[in-house]
Design a protein around this ligand. Structure first.
Ligand code: SF4
Length: 400
């Protein structure tokens, strides 16, 4: 059976940040034990609905704030995973954490369960930015979290940073970026702030209390970051993601996210989680209480007969992905990979057609406008140009 990735959604946070529109809740921590029970049930359902033991090559605890889980709950999740799936040796296990509430003991326990990559939400080094974003930490807490991680023996570290904030100057962004670099992360994810309606920040903008981010300044910040990170040994491999090379020369990419960008199968467990497996895109019940209830109400004994892989009682939607749609999605996501792009040979092996012929009408104008280019290495691959990184949406639209 093809290797899958496994995403686990933990929808709890100590406080909701002003810009966040993820499926996460504060003040719902009392639900954690039931939620974890539901998550373990879902893992069992999915695993047992498959005729074969599913090989898992990456696991990603995302959220929300997965590091809010007490270590005993994390242990329960790992027991279910180990019992139900075949874990591929050397698998990457990432966990998102917020600085400020970590301890060396907690991180050591995570490492003992196999967690080998931590993604820290640093966002900014500037106290005013952090205040605006309503983050619950300052930069010093990030520094001590990184120290704790190293002490606990977790070597692979990602930092998330946000740019293009209202009132953020280029100068301030440069200082944030340099503060991040000074912590020697192995990987950096840089996101431009988008103002989402329904968030406190969205309502501040709507009421005219806050100005919209300036897209031109954000573009300058992105350009600056690319140039600065290149001088520090970080290589851009996806529009928003940079990695450095390890001592063996290997680029320390996020293997889990590569699975998404390569449009390969993954299981999504937890409230609102999405998956792509068994030729279907799946979407779980969004509300954590309803999610827990749906799993508690189900009769597990008949799971094998009742549910066809990858369905389970927590599922809200499931869509069969046609070959045509899968090809388009492969283009859409693969072109985010700035070096790898979409290679012709594997595309032909997967779909039986040459992408050059299949998407001639879409590709040629984009090449003419300088957004796409053929890289003739290894049988040919189509990728974005440098200009295309900033105008990626214009490219992706062509394949929607
Ligand atoms: S910590 Fe992350 S997931 Fe939680 S509210 Fe803030 S941005 Fe959203």
């Amino acid at each position: 059976m093809q290797a899958h990735s496994l995403y686990l959604h933990i929808p709890f946070c100590h406080h909701r940040c002003s810009y966040c529109d993820f499926n996460t809740y504060s003040g719902m921590e009392s639900l954690i034990p039931d939620y974890v029970r539901g998550l373990c049930q879902e893992i069992r359902y999915i695993a047992r609905s498959s005729p074969h033991k599913i090989p898992i090559q990456t696991i990603f605890f995302g959220g929300g704030t997965p590091s809010i889980l007490p270590i005993g709950e994390i242990e329960r999740i790992f027991s279910a995973i180990e019992r139900e799936f075949e874990l591929i040796e050397g698998l990457e296990i990432s966990l998102e954490a917020n600085p400020g509430r970590l301890s060396v003991e907690y991180l050591k326990s995570l490492r003992d369960f196999g967690v080998n990559r931590i993604s820290l939400g640093m966002q900014s080094a500037n106290p005013q930015d952090l205040l605006l974003l309503e983050r619950q930490h300052d930069f010093q807490m990030v520094v001590s979290a990184v120290r704790m991680l190293r002490k606990a023996g977790i070597d692979n570290l990602n930092l998330d940073l946000i740019y293009g904030l209202p009132y953020q100057s280029l100068d301030s962004w440069q200082r944030t970026l340099d503060s991040g670099i000074s912590l020697k992360p192995d990987h950096l994810s840089l996101y431009a702030l988008t103002i989402e309606s329904g968030t406190p920040m969205g309502s501040w903008v709507k009421k005219g209390l806050l100005s919209e981010p300036d897209a031109d300044i954000a573009a300058d910040m992105y350009e600056y970051a690319g140039a600065r990170l290149a001088t520090q040994g970080y290589e851009l491999y996806e529009i928003s993601n940079w990695a450095r090379r390890d001592s063996g020369g290997q680029l320390m990419t996020c293997e889990h996210n590569l699975q998404y960008w390569r449009n390969l199968p993954y299981l999504g467990c937890g409230a609102g989680a999405h998956g792509f497996a068994g030729g279907r895109r799946t979407e779980n019940e969004l509300n954590p209480q309803k999610y827990v209830q749906a799993l508690a109400d189900s009769v597990e004994a008949s799971s094998r007969d009742k549910y066809k892989f990858p369905q389970n009682p927590a599922l809200k939607n499931s869509t069969v992905i046609t070959r045509d749609r899968e090809m388009k999605e492969t283009m859409l996501m693969g072109l985010r990979l700035t070096k790898e792009g979409v290679a012709r040979a594997p595309f032909r092996d997967r779909f039986g057609v040459d992408l050059k012929d299949e998407y001639k009408a879409e590709i040629e104008p984009l090449i003419k406008s300088g957004l796409l280019v053929w890289d003739h290495s290894e049988g040919g691959r189509l990728r974005l140009t440098h200009r295309g990184y900033l105008l990626g949406n214009q490219v992706f639209m062509q394949f929607v």
